[in-house]
Design a protein around this ligand. Structure first.
Ligand code: NAD
Length: 265
């Protein structure tokens, strides 16, 4: 993703939370390499988040910490008047709701063009977000749809959050088009049909050597469409992270999902 050209504009001052972690370290490197962004703080586990970002004069903070810490971090950032871009997982409707309420309170006293923003993206990978969107667009034209998600064996959850989101998007598109259940003659009690996510079957493979991959299979009599995305390295998340950093400063309120920041028509 190219950097926006705005000659003379001051760089956006960015802090990274979880800076010593795998994603945090990759994010620090990506920010340092971007001419329009300035890395002003590497916040690690023992730091006081609000004090660290205030002291550094950060405008935006990126959170790649852990599910147990990320919500408290976002509230601390909002109290410090800092926009947040969140990649850490573990968010629920309830925790997102609390952030929305916090944003409404914080922004009530601010002019419209200075409102705080939070972007939470369960997946910053452009290929994953696009695969999800293309699958949802195609879903209404096919009788059957199934998802195979493939990951490294150290992953603790199954199916992946991205596969769940993809299944939900396919199910919503099918429902909107008035499609009923998919054909499936499997008798009850058989165990190899994957998880049922909103009526869409999702199969999880865990294999040493893999990183993060997803395949959506769409079938009709006599034809098949396969949409596949592969994330080979965590650098693949960086264009999405940097897009969110650049966008959040002029996007007050809560945004959930990178797709809202992309021009997808
Ligand atoms: P990691 O374990 O390598 O890094 C997490 C870091 O956060 C560790 O260094 C830990 O010490 C630190 N930490 C924990 N609590 C903290 C706190 N309160 N303040 C500051 N730092 C704290 O994990 P990772 O592989 O870098 O992944 C981090 C998170 O990002 C996970 O939730 C993972 O699922 C998620 N993730 C999201 C995406 C995405 O596209 N949204 C992509 C990859 C990973």
């Amino acid at each position: 993703m190219t950097e926006p050209i705005s000659p003379g504009a001051a760089p956006i001052r960015v802090a990274v939370l979880g800076a010593a972690g795998r994603m945090g370290a990759t994010t620090c490197a990506a920010i340092e390499a971007a001419g329009d962004l300035e890395l002003v703080a590497r916040v690690t586990r023992d730091d006081d988040v609000a004090a660290a970002v205030r002291e550094a004069g950060a405008q935006v903070a990126v959170d790649f910490t852990v599910p147990g810490a990320t919500e408290a971090n976002v509230h601390a950032l909002l109290d410090a008047g800092v926009h947040a871009v969140v990649g850490a997982t573990g968010w629920t409707d309830a925790s997102r709701g609390r952030v929305s309420e916090h944003l409404a309170r914080a922004n009530a006293d601010r002019p419209d063009d200075a409102g705080l923003g939070v972007v939470i993206a369960p997946n910053f990978g452009l290929s994953a977000v696009l695969a999800m969107r293309f699958a949802a667009q195609a879903a209404k034209y096919f009788e059957s749809a199934e998802i195979v998600e493939l990951h490294h064996p150290d992953k603790v959850d199954a199916p992946s959050g991205t596969a769940r989101h993809t299944a939900a998007a396919i199910a919503a598109a099918r429902a909107e088009a008035g499609l009923g259940p998919m054909p499936d003659a499997t008798a009850a009690g058989h165990e190899a049909r994957g998880a049922d996510v909103d009526g869409v079957r999702v199969h999880a493979v865990r294999l040493r050597g893999l990183v993060a991959h997803e395949e959506v299979l769409l079938g009709n009599p006599g034809e098949q469409l396969v949409i596949r995305q592969d994330s080979f390295d965590r650098v693949s998340f960086m264009p999405g992270v940097l897009l969110a950093v650049r966008s959040v400063v002029s996007r007050p309120g809560l945004t959930v999902g990178l797709e809202h920041l992309l021009d997808l028509g």
